[in-house]
Design a protein around this ligand. Structure first.
Ligand code: ADP
Ligand code: ASP
Ligand code: MG
Length: 414
């Protein structure tokens, strides 16, 4: 008998009808003999609705109280699913994060898990119950509710699977696997049969929200086999996320991603002397803002323009810091673009193949899309483009690297 963790996302539990379907699936799996721990998200749209309510009361709502509020979404769906499971003869018990507990650090809204106590889960399993856990939430040292960051029910699921040494963690969602690009944007996207943790990590970090970034990190660290599957059609084979195997290296590019949630800032006319970059990026890092791409352009008059990107939610705070600094260091001023698009191609095969960046630039040039910034790592090339052209760029790159005639992803796609 295996112990399996199954996670159902917002759309999968988005209505009473959907919850009934999930309960049927869980009851069938239970009847087949597996021990089950089910992690649920809030019903689709609920977390946004709750953030919206807080936003109507206050421009910057208190972080502790916001967590108390937004964590309720998962409480509702955990209780509803357990009620339905009981009603169809599959005994279940819901558990909230503080009842385990899922311990976290104190950072409201982006808390990190520091430990999970599994005693109550084991007791319930021994009692032949399905355990339904509210995802996304945790408890800090003071016993207060914390949340783990947007999309983090995936993280709860992987953390539970790691803590319980489950045989697999199944992520049920509204697509039937990980695709070569977001299938809702790219009509020619193809489903991958397998993807390595490293590639999935890059894709998640670059905007493919099918799996939350930290959940992939944790799965890799604790060797949790992950499978992404459709909650709408159980018959469909999903995508396995696991350690790299030899055949994967043959595939040049595994996926193309688009992140429309980036902002760009430029500090113009910074004096070109040692220490100024540290002066600028030190306070930004101290404020907990993650800077993504950076470019520095030296000009003939001994001054440079420093351009960098941050996640859009951090734009306002980054601007405040940078405007104050600009005056202090005698720069010529600050410009910003609230929404830019980052488009990336990802693939472990790039390690051993040259020319991906060159081909990428040619494809974008043919589409007349201007490249504003470029960043590369061992297994990805990213460019920033005007957000208007984000989807166009993504589709063009997808078809160039992964289109039917490329046959690049051949053996790995379904
Ligand atoms: P859930 O609510 O189940 O957690 P999410 O909305 O967080 O679901 O993630 C699923 C969505 O991820 C899909 O609807 C799809 O639009 C998006 N997505 C982005 N990139 C990809 C990709 N490469 N493959 C599959 N889905 C992707
Ligand atoms: N409900 C949370 C969110 O919308 C967590 C999740 O769905 O994974 O971000
Ligand atoms: Mg999600």
């Amino acid at each position: 008998m295996a112990l399996v963790v199954k996670k159902f996302g917002g759309t999968s539990v988005g209505s009473i009808e959907r919850i009934k379907k999930v309960a049927d699936h869980v009851a069938r799996a239970r009847a087949a003999g597996d021990d089950l721990v089910v992690v649920v998200s809030a019903m689709a749209g609920e977390t946004n609705r709750l953030f919206g309510l807080a936003g109507e009361l206050c421009e910057v709502p208190d972080a502790r109280e916001t967590d108390v509020l937004v964590a309720t979404g998962e409480q509702v769906s955990a209780a509803l699913l357990s009620i339905r499971l009981g009603a169809i003869g599959c005994p279940a018990v819901s558990l909230l994060a503080h009842q385990l507990p899922v311990r976290t650090d104190p950072h409201h809204g982006r808390a990190r898990i520091t430990g999970i106590e599994c005693r109550r889960v084991h007791e319930a399993l021994r009692d032949h119950r399905v355990v339904v856990i509210a995802g996304y939430q945790g408890m800090n040292e003071r016993g207060d509710v914390t949340t783990l960051g947007r999309g983090a029910s995936d993280l709860t699921a992987v953390a539970m699977a790691a803590a319980l040494k489950a045989s697999a963690c199944e992520i049920f969602t509204d697509v039937d696997g990980v695709y070569t690009a977001d299938p809702n944007i790219c009509p020619h996207a193809r489903k991958l049969k397998r993807i390595s943790y490293d590639e999935m990590l890059e894709m998640a970090g670059l905007g493919a929200k099918v799996l939350q970034l930290r959940s992939v990190e944790l799965a890799r660290r604790f060797n949790v086999p992950l499978i992404v599957r459709s909650s709408f059609n159980e018959e469909l084979e999903g995508t396995w996320v696991g350690h790299e195997d030899r055949t994967m290296e043959n595939i040049l590019v595994s996926g193309v991603t688009l992140d429309q949630n980036q902002s760009k800032l430029t500090i113009a006319g910074v004096e070109d002397r040692p220490g100024l970059a540290a002066r600028i990026f030190g306070p930004i890092a101290d404020a907990g803002i993650v800077v993504d791409m950076i470019i520095q352009n030296a000009s003939a008059d001994g001054r440079t323009d420093m351009t960098f990107t941050v996640g859009r939610p951090d734009l306002r705070r980054a601007l405040e810091i940078v405007r104050a600094l600009s005056d202090e260091i005698g720069a010529r001023g600050v410009r910003h673009e609230e929404q830019v698009a980052k488009v990336s191609v990802v693939g472990i095969g790039m390690r051993s193949h040259a020319g991906v960046a060159a081909k990428m630039f040619k494809v974008l040039a043919d589409e007349r899309v201007n490249i504003e910034m470029i960043a590369t790592s061992e297994i990805k090339v990213s460019v920033v483009v005007n957000s208007k052209y984000g989807e166009l760029a993504m589709r063009a790159l997808h078809d160039a690297f992964l289109g039917e005639e490329q046959n690049n992803a051949g053996p790995e796609t379904l």
